[in-house]
Design a binder for this molecule. Structure first.
Ligand SMILES: O=C(O)CCC(=O)C(=O)O
Length: 245
């Protein structure tokens, strides 16, 4: 668990675990020809809003609404593939959303160096330090009626002592600003909150706000979480993982 704190969430067996693969050829593209945004280092210092100490926190205004728009256009250009599942009866999280992914070490480094590296400068997981983002960058799209049921995220071993320890979500739509600017996310978003549980009790309900990053510890200490159903609008998310060494 993060920051040398005591306690932590135990994961019950039988809960749906999600391993996000980067080898889904149909939905994965190389970066060639994609209008991927190039992010400057954030000029203002980024603040951490702790929802469960350092195990769950948000970073407001990490991206501008314009940068979110560019990522949405990039994801649309990649093309979303539908993600379904057989559901909890088969030990799989209920899943109904679109997904696109790109394998991009350059984009992962760009996002990290834009300021996320500083956000993680005081976080350690069992004495290990954050060194960057998983270059397997995923985009999710949820339309009305779609959701991602309760599940936990697995840690992924990447070899040479590297493993992912945190999930990163960056909301690309949602909030008031994204309704009045841009094109793809102009419609008001209702629903789609990311909800975290500890022993069946709600720990946090996070409404998507364009540009806000959310981090939560995953693997052994991952909290059960879900993405609630969309009532109105379209939710877009950029997803990666923080790698520790
Ligand atoms: O889309 C969300 O809000 C949550 C996504 C999620 O739970 C995941 O990627 O594991």
């Amino acid at each position: 668990m993060a920051g040398g704190k005591k306690g932590g969430t135990k994961v019950k067996s039988g809960q749906a675990q999600e391993r996000e693969r980067g080898d889904d050829a149909a939905a994965t593209a190389s970066t060639t020809g994609l209008p991927l945004p190039s992010l400057r280092k954030r000029s203002a210092s980024l603040s951490k809003n702790e929802l469960r100490e350092l195990d769950l926190f948000t970073v407001p205004n990490f991206l501008s609404v314009k940068e979110c728009e560019t990522f949405i256009q990039c994801a649309l250009a990649l093309g979303f593939q539908h993600q379904g599942s057989r559901g909890p009866t088969y030990g799989e999280a209920y899943r109904d959303n679109g997904r696109a992914s790109v394998q991009s070490p350059a984009l992962a480094e760009n996002l990290w160096e834009a300021g996320l590296n500083l956000v993680f400068s005081d976080i350690d997981v069992h004495g290990r330090r954050a060194v960057g983002l998983n270059p397997n960058i995923r985009f999710y799209r949820y339309t009305v009626g779609q959701k991602f049921g309760q599940h936990i995220d697995e840690s992924v071993e990447l070899g040479e002592g590297l493993a992912t320890e945190y999930t990163l979500l960056i909301y690309l739509s949602g909030g008031e600003e994204s309704c009045v600017q841009g094109k793809a996310s102009r419609e008001l978003l209702v629903g789609g909150e990311t909800v975290f549980y500890n022993r069946r009790r709600i720990v946090a309900e996070v409404p998507p706000v364009a540009g806000m990053a959310l981090f939560h510890i995953h693997g052994q200490h991952c909290m059960l979480h879900e993405a609630r159903v969309i009532a109105k609008g379209v939710k877009y998310v950029l997803r990666s993982d923080v790698i520790f060494s």
